[in-house]
Design a protein around this ligand. Sequence first.
Ligand code: ADP
Length: 170
Amino acid sequence: MILELIKADITTIKADAIVNAANSSLLGGGGVDGAIHRKGGKAILDACVAIRNKQGQCKTGNAVITTAGNLPAKYVIHTVGPVWNGESEKNENLLAACYHNSLMLAVENEVKVIAFPNISTGIYHFPKHKAADIAITTVNHFADKEKIEKVIFVCFDDENYNLYLQKLGI
Ligand code: ADP
């Protein structure tokens, strides 16, 4: 499994799947979620509504998969990151679950190339250095790693990009 780092808008990435930092409603929000729904179009929202009608809200740490609508990716994997509230261990485990469950869904759907944004580090205020450690560690320890060809960490802000540069040793 190759790890790649780029600074970009994730809606422009042509991967098999891009991951959305969604909220539990699955009905869209601000930040990367807003960008994905805006650019991906109504097909993504329709698919999210169908999932909600079937299973209700998406719990923190869980993930669901939909079409990517008009985006260049094939799928969007929506995962709900924890809102940072200072309960370190609980929040850290939930963030790790987001990466783990997204990768599990990727494998189930034969996704070979997956792009992650920096989940929870925007509106949800997860400390960026901790979040980067969790993202990299969880991806590196994923049991079915050989089934994924490439994981792209997509950073949007300089602070996250520089943290990942350091932590990935690039
Ligand atoms: P959360 O609610 O999980 O914190 P946000 O969308 O507010 O989600 O932020 C998560 C991360 O996504 C932040 O690091 C933010 O800079 C980044 N981000 C925002 N817009 C985009 C985008 N279009 N592409 C990639 N990353 C983005």
